[in-house]
Design a protein around this ligand. Structure first.
Ligand code: FVH
Length: 298
């Protein structure tokens, strides 16, 4: 049986993530050229079979698929602006964490230079790349996404969110918002239990199982939010208000600042004050003044 054609790939940026992506490409049998601003980060990759380029131009010339994994939006321009003409006709996938507007700006920039552009948001840490649980969200050029599915699968599960280059980034940052808010809640709890002599490590053990069990209800909660009907009650806002008021009071007694739980109280109080206390707690979503489906609020 004939072997499927291999992509010639270039990876620009060999931080922890860029190295993991390049290593996955090499393992997958793709001819891979790497470049990094500072020297010395390519040693293991070269030993594994990658080629090292000394300039961005040399690296871009070597790959049909150019993967950028740099620090931020500005660093992508710092690296790519000088080789824009050379990138024309090539496929560029930017896996640098970039805000939605940054991704859209790069897509316009790429189009101006005749470059096909796909943006991606990585939902994984470097050691997870190529392992179960690694997920990468893509949006922008459907052509690039379809043409290189075999490459994306080397990195993790791949999902495409449409031609708006900013869409994947919106989903990426939404997932990160949930993660950071959950960790902040954990930090708050760790500060509370410290006052009764429980270490943060001990509290981490207890919280891991508890929070994992609670997250199982998220699909059900999301489905209720989508209906906009909160009359089927899983836990009433009145009940949640009593719980959060008690948490606020216990936190004050413990001498823990209210920066984390104070805003939660505001969200629930607003719904109760509007007369929705008997409805389901998922109604707190409405306190965020959510924008209409399919577009940001003007
Ligand atoms: N590491 C992670 O867990 C997260 C997971 C989710 C996605 N992020 C994003 O991935 C991008 C790269 O992350 P990283 O972990 O590789 O980051 P660093 O190890 O800090 O490497 C940064 C590379 O960027 C190069 N660089 C920075 N500024 C410039 C510039 N102006 N011109 C050229 N290159 C630049 C830097 O080069 P050097 O310092 O070694 O010379 C590194 O190669 C990132 O967007 C995460 O948010 C990772």
């Amino acid at each position: 049986m004939a072997e499927s054609p291999r992509t010639t790939a270039t990876v620009l940026g060999l931080g922890a993530m860029g190295q993991a992506l390049a290593a996955a490409l090499v393992r997958g049998g793709h001819q891979t050229t790497v470049w990094n601003r500072s020297p010395g980060k390519d040693t293991e990759l070269v030993a594994a079979g990658a080629k090292s380029a000394t300039t961005v131009a040399e690296a871009v010339a070597a790959g049909d698929l150019v993967v950028a994994c740099l620090f931020d939006h500005q660093s992508v321009h710092d690296v790519l602006d000088a080789v824009a003409d050379q990138l024309a006709g090539r496929s560029l996938v930017n896996l640098t964490s970039t805000e939605p507007q940054g991704a859209r700006e790069l897509a316009v920039w790429a189009q101006r230079h005749g470059i096909d552009y796909l943006d991606g948001g990585i939902i994984a840490t470097p050691p997870m790349i190529g392992q179960p649980g690694s997920s990468i969200l893509y949006s922008g050029s459907q052509q690039i996404f379809d043409d290189h599915r075999e490459v994306w699968e080397l990195f993790g599960s791949a999902e495409y969110f449409g031609t708006d280059a900013g869409s994947a980034s919106v989903v990426d940052f939404a997932l990160l918002a949930g993660m950071y808010a959950m960790f902040a809640g954990f930090y708050h709890g760790a500060a509370m239990v410290r006052t009764v002599g429980i270490s943060a490590a001990d509290f981490g053990q207890r919280s891991a199982g508890w929070l994992a069990a609670m997250t199982a209800s998220l699909p059900r909660a999301g489905a209720q939010i989508d209906t906009g009907d909160y009359t089927t009650v899983f836990q009433s806002l009145d009940f949640t208000k009593a719980a959060i008021d008690a948490i606020v009071s216990a936190s004050r007694d413990a001498g823990v600042d209210l920066d984390i739980v104070g805003p939660l109280k505001n969200l629930v109080d607003r719904q109760v004050a509007d007369g929705y206390g008997a409805q389901s707690t998922e109604r707190m979503f409405e306190s965020l003044n959510p924008p209409p489906v399919g577009k940001p609020r003007a």
